[in-house]
Ligand binder design. Structure first.
Ligand code: GRF
Length: 211
């Protein structure tokens, strides 16, 4: 995996958020402010009200807002976002609670350089409401997946996964809280693996990501 360095020599992240941004905060705390050689160069949201934007501003990180309604279509929206990410010299795009699907044209601009965080053990329970779906199904184990983004919904090659037990007295909120704790550890670790050039795709099966 190629690493593009800017003059500071830091590996640069563009983080996309739609809401609270607790995962953005974990990246800020453990990587951006942690002397890791990795910095958040830009935070983008589709939602002006996203608390993640405030977290970025508090940390002195540039932000940009791209509401879907300001653009003729999805493609125009995503291309404008891609231009902004390029202007900030971003090496890796991290979808951290970003609720819109990105378009194929966007992915072409950042080949194998867009990752997503999903609160289930994929391929089980993809989509928008995985925690609710897992509970409704009566599953006893769920977890967290960090994966590369491809053109499908939550279908890209898996980087890291960790299981979370579902307790009999769990509610959606209590389970979400334990999942978040795992997410806050797993996402920064996946970013470090990529930034350090410690991942490669299996030549025989590009779905398999080797660490
Ligand atoms: C996380 O659970 C993530 O897995 C999902 O959206 C949630 C975002 O949480 N894609 P936060 O905004 O980082 O707090």
């Amino acid at each position: 995996m190629n690493r593009t360095e800017d003059t500071t020599g830091l590996f640069r992240l563009g983080v996309l958020v739609s809401g609270s941004g607790s995962n953005l905060q974990s990246i800020i705390d453990s990587l951006h402010e942690g002397g890791s050689g990795i910095e958040v160069a830009l935070v983008i949201s589709d939602n002006l009200q996203a608390y993640g934007l405030k977290r970025a501003t508090i940390a002195g990180i540039p932000t940009a807002v791209f509401p879907l309604g300001d653009f003729a279509d999805r493609a125009a929206h995503d291309l404008a976002m891609a231009d902004e990410l390029d202007r900030h010299g971003v090496d890796l795009v991290v979808l951290a609670g970003y609720m819109l699907l990105v378009t194929p044209a966007f992915l072409k601009r950042f080949p194998r350089r867009v990752i997503n965080l999903h609160p289930s053990l994929l391929p089980a329970f993809p989509g928008d409401t995985p925690i609710e779906d897992t509970m409704d199904y009566g599953a006893r184990v769920t977890g967290v997946t960090v994966h590369f983004v491809d053109e499908g919904t939550d279908t890209g090659p898996i980087i890291l996964q960790e299981a979370v037990e579902i307790k009999y007295n769990d509610t959606v909120d209590s389970l979400r809280e334990r999942i978040h704790t795992v997410e806050h550890r797993l996402l920064p670790r996946a970013i470090e693996l990529i930034a350090g050039g410690r991942l490669r795709f299996d030549e025989d099966n590009p779905r398999r990501v080797l660490a």
